[in-house]
Design a protein around this ligand. Structure first.
Ligand SMILES: [Cu+2]
Length: 65
């Protein structure tokens, strides 16, 4: 298990956070996602590699920086 941290600047509301959470858990059902709407940061505990998780969030329509 590894903790990743991403900036997702266009994450605006809890629906965005849910979209991101669902995207991540679709590739890793054991992942935990902690999205902070104020700081636009998403913390993810996952076994998937960083690039894979990033791709999945981008595919869900969000920009990752
Ligand atoms: Cu939203």
């Amino acid at each position: 298990m590894m903790t990743l941290e991403f900036n997702v600047p266009n994450m605006a509301c809890s629906a965005c956070a849910t979209t991101i959470t669902n995207a991540v858990t679709s590739i890793d059902s054991t992942a935990t996602v902690d999205a902070d709407l104020k700081t636009k940061r998403v913390k993810i505990d996952t076994q998937q590699p960083e690039a894979t998780v990033k791709e999945e969030i981008v595919a869900a329509g969000h920009t990752v920086t």
